[in-house]
Design a binder for this molecule. Structure first.
Ligand SMILES: Cc1cc2nc3c(=O)[nH]c(=O)nc-3n(C[C@H](O)[C@H](O)[C@H](O)COP(=O)(O)OP(=O)(O)OC[C@H]3O[C@@H](n4cnc5c(N)ncnc54)[C@H](O)[C@@H]3O)c2cc1C
Length: 277
């Protein structure tokens, strides 16, 4: 077993000072993935570990008229009645993660920063255009969560940066469609989620997103724009041509099981077509 020093910073500044001094610091939040990473019976820990669970700034929630800002160490259990998890489908998705004991420890930041694959909430957060804020001793970066996937759709988590906040824009969320695909999600497996969301403004769609995330993440911006620019309710012709676009781009990426996904995409669009506001 390696010797490690475990630090318990009490503020973001204290954490950043530690990173500046040590250069390489392993972050742990709820530590629910820790055991999974120990592949042999000899435990192996980094020399310097920072437990960020006791940083109060990271567990606060802020709400404005336009968005909700979640501190990275908010536990999954604490989010059950917070937008978007105040919607039944999103809450069911949240509650499908592990057990209540796991959700009491697991944090939203650790969930997003799991580097091996995209976990259950990722597709939902990406479809809502969530932003992630990172801090390092030298800079603060804010980006759309979508940029945590690389060009091939694989997880590309920020290294040596602290995820501090997750900001979710508030929207009407008139359409919310969530389907699980495949089997295992954690610690690995071929499972994932397809999520589509939309806000409807009288006879037009104010917003439409469809994201699939598991081992990789997928989204087709051209197809989303085609749907978002169509009048509402969607015509069968729009659904057919958008489904065709999705089919082409899934096949082009050469990774996805198009036969499984296309019927689900078509189902999501029909669900949107039937939405009553
Ligand atoms: C028994 C069990 C069952 C599970 N079932 C499911 C399931 O059904 N579906 C599902 O989606 N997930 C499942 N999970 C995974 C669970 O969602 C994650 O383990 C959890 O969300 C990770 O959160 P954490 O706070 O414990 O992260 P940690 O384990 O502390 O950290 C996870 C990773 O993120 C990094 N990290 C954490 N916080 C930050 C931060 N603020 N900034 C930068 N890096 C950070 C850490 O360095 C580490 O690499 C399960 C987990 C367990 C243990």
């Amino acid at each position: 077993m390696n010797l490690s020093e475990i630090h318990y910073p009490r503020s973001i500044q204290e954490f950043l000072t530690l990173v500046d001094k040590e250069k390489q610091v392993r972050i742990i939040a709820g530590a629910t993935t820790f055991g999974i990473e120990q592949r042999t019976r000899y435990l192996s820990f980094e020399p310097s570990i920072a437990c960020i669970h006791y940083i109060p700034e990271l567990s606060s929630l802020h709400k404005t008229e336009r968005m909700i800002s979640l501190g990275a160490v908010c536990t999954l259990a604490s989010l059950e009645h917070i937008y978007p998890f105040d919607r039944a489908q999103a809450r069911d998705l949240l509650r499908s993660i592990g057990t209540s004991a796991v959700r009491e420890l697991a944090t939203i930041g650790g969930h997003i920063m799991y580097s091996k694959r995209f976990l259950a909430l990722w597709a939902l957060l990406a479809s809502l255009d969530a932003e992630v804020e990172f801090r390092s001793p030298s800079k603060t970066t804010i980006k759309n969560i979508w940029y945590l996937a690389d060009q091939d759709g694989l997880p590309n988590m920020e290294q040596n940066m602290l995820l501090t906040r997750v900001r979710v824009p508030l929207q009407a969320l008139d359409h919310l469609f969530i389907r699980k695909i495949g089997s295992g999600i954690f610690p690995e497996g071929d499972g994932g989620y397809l999520v589509s969301t939309a806000s409807i403004d009288r006879r037009s769609l104010a917003n439409f997103k469809l994201v699939i995330a598991g081992e990789r993440a997928f989204r087709d911006i051209e197809a989303e724009q085609k749907i978002a620019s169509s009048s509402f309710p969607l015509s069968n012709k729009t659904i057919q041509s958008a489904t065709r676009l999705y089919g082409e781009s899934l096949r082009k990426r050469g990774y996805w099981n198009t036969e499984v996904l296309l019927p689900l995409i078509s189902q999501a669009l029909q669900d949107l077509q039937r939405t009553r506001i």
